[in-house]
Design a protein around this ligand. Structure first.
Ligand code: ADP
Length: 568
């Protein structure tokens, strides 16, 4: 029932000690009993030997057992202690249990049975307490690690710069896991480069030199980081000097052994099935000996860094792709613009000459009209792309002067009408001059775009209404159509460049999704706003608000005759 027990018996009375020994023997408890007769000898015995149980008399010469019990617990001894008391005193018993006694027995009752039961209970309680403490400790360590890893992830993703992430990785590794740490990355050329080194405390030049000197240069070097990068599997050398001469990695580990490195791990930086590099961690001064738990923590840390590195790389690639797209668009639009302008101008010329001379057949006139319309379409698209690239480069500016938005709208509508056959455009609302401070050409572009969209997105024909309204602060221009409408989920993205609503495909209406972006930018440059209301299958209304702007400027320039139109 018992393993052999080592018992410390603290009692100054030789007869009582004999009685206890006899009880132990009779109870058949296999044990070695060491005796102490006072506080000092008891404490020094405890300091030298690990006991399974202490039997402690309450009455000791010079001090009472309760004080000695407290002292034992204060010094961190967790051995089960059974107090042997004189009389049955409940109050004292409670006090002893509070002070850390595992059990207590009135001396008069120390029979073999009672002693055996008390010892076995004390051992059981002690074992349960030890297990609970171990579980608690394991939980605390696990929670601490989880928190460390969560904070690490957060720390990594705060940056999109590769070197910053690597520096943070070695910083965290030396803070939590290692006396020294290095990271090697696999380059696109297949070479492995040591990209970050850090040692704890920062002043240990020997350790840093060692880490730099053992930098892996080539994937052909078979051990350490190259091996981990090649295999994607971690390495753990719990005791580097345990690797014997003759074993393959002995040579690789020698410099570490010579520098008193005790333990070492190399873990892969893996993400999406790829190994980007490896992290080497060493322990020396701390005396830490790495085990499986440390390896798991290091792997997890490296994996989180790899995710952040991968994100940073993807972000950089995306940025580069956007930059290249913008550069391409800008060059393409510029290059296309010149021949197109020539083409457009010459078709116009040809059309006018045909009208004047009247010698072109009806069929050829139709062909000319189609060429003219298509060249016009191309021209608008290229102008939009050029505007886009100017906006990207911050080269898009506006020149403000008083503009009569009623007259401007009328002109835009008049110019558009001849090219329409299945659509009509009507003007409503304010018909008196209404001046705002703005760039006439750019505002013309806004109106053209919105009205042309109203026509384009009403494939079955119909009317587009432009309603102008004067408000306290400026002009409201609403362009409404009864066309295909815009799905609600597309509306929030409508003014983003290259965005097209999800229903344009089914209606086979072509476009490049740049016009509204440019419109929005122009309106914003005028300190105005643009909003949209739409129901799919019913129609759409875009509403632009243009503020009067600096009213003094407007009054001065427009003069007394039209001053009222400035909304003053
Ligand atoms: P594009 O017409 O070349 O696609 P725009 O930037 O002018 O580009 O418009 C962006 C998107 O907004 C269009 O693709 C379309 O989905 C939607 N849209 C714009 N105006 C209307 C409208 N009047 N009716 C329905 N959808 C519209």
């Amino acid at each position: 029932m018992y393993d052999h027990l080592s018992i410390l018996l603290v009692d100054d009375d030789a007869v009582d000690r004999m009685a206890v020994r006899r009880a132990l023997r009779t109870a058949g408890i296999p044990s070695t009993v060491e005796e102490a007769t006072d506080r000092d000898s008891a404490l020094s015995a405890l300091a030298c030997t690990t006991f399974d149980v202490v039997l402690l008399d309450y009455r000791l010469p010079g001090s009472d057992g309760l004080t000695v019990l407290r002292e034992m617990r204060d010094r961190g001894f967790s051995t089960p202690i059974i107090m042997l008391t004189g009389q049955g005193d409940e109050q004292l018993a409670v006090e002893m249990l509070r002070a850390g006694a595992t059990d207590y027995l009135p001396k008069g009752m120390v029979s073999p049975d009672v002693l055996s039961q008390s010892i076995s209970r004390a051992l059981r309680v002690h074992r349960a307490e030890r297990l609970a403490a171990q579980a608690e400790q394991a939980l605390r360590v696990a929670a601490e690690r989880q928190q460390f890893l969560a904070e690490a992830s957060q720390y990594f993703v705060e940056s999109l710069d590769l070197q910053t992430i690597l520096d943070r990785l070695v910083e965290l590794a030396t803070r939590k896991l290692a006396d020294g740490c290095a990271v090697d990355m696999l380059g696109e050329d297949g070479m492995i480069t040591r990209v970050a080194v850090r040692v704890r405390d920062g002043d240990d030049q020997g350790r840093e030199a060692l880490l730099r000197a053992t930098a892996a240069q080539s994937p052909q070097a078979p051990f350490g980081p190259p091996q981990v990068i090649e295999s994607g599997q971690p390495l753990l050398y719990s005791a580097v000097d345990n690797v014997q001469d003759g074993e393959p990695e002995h040579g690789f580990l020698q410099p570490f052994v010579a520098a008193c490195v005790r333990s070492m791990m190399v873990v892969p930086l893996r993400v999406r099935g790829q190994t980007l590099g490896a992290m080497t961690l060493i322990s020396d001064a701390s005396g830490r000996q790495y085990g499986e738990d440390d390896l798991m923590l290091a792997e997890d840390l490296a994996h989180r860094a790899a995710i952040a590195l991968d994100n940073a790389r993807l972000y950089r690639e995306a940025q580069e792709a956007v930059r290249m797209r913008d550069a391409f668009l800008s060059v393409a639009a510029h290059e296309l613009k010149t021949p197109l302008t020539t083409l457009y101008g010459n078709v116009q010329l040809l059309q006018r000459r045909a009208q004047r001379e009247g010698n072109v057949s009806e069929r050829d006139q139709r062909t000319l009209r189609i060429v003219f319309e298509q060249a016009g379409r191309l021209n608008r698209m290229i102008t939009a792309l050029l505007d886009l690239s100017r906006l990207q480069m911050g080269q898009f500016t506006i020149q403000k002067a008083p503009v009569d938005v009623v007259a401007l709208t009328q002109r835009v509508v008049d110019e558009l009408l001849p090219s329409l056959d299945r659509h009509t455009v009507t003007l409503a609302g304010e018909l008196d001059p209404l001046f705002v401070m703005g760039d006439e050409l750019r505002l013309e572009q806004v109106l053209q775009n919105l009205i042309q969209n109203g026509v384009k997105y009403s494939p079955d024909g119909g009317n587009v209404t432009v309603t102008i309204e004067r408000t306290e602060q400026g002009a409201l221009i609403a362009v409404s159509d009864a066309g295909i409408g815009i799905p609600q989920n597309s509306i929030p993205n409508l003014f983003r460049r290259f965005f097209r609503a999800s229903n344009v495909q089914e209606h086979r209406i072509s476009g490049i999704g740049v016009g509204l972006y440019v419109v929005h930018e122009i309106v914003t440059l005028h300190d105005g706003t643009i909003s949209v209301e739409s129901t799919e299958g019913v129609g759409t209304t875009f509403t632009v608000f243009l503020p009067f702007g600096d009213s003094d400027e407007l009054h001065e320039t427009v003069g007394a005759g039209t001053g009222g139109d400035a909304g003053a």
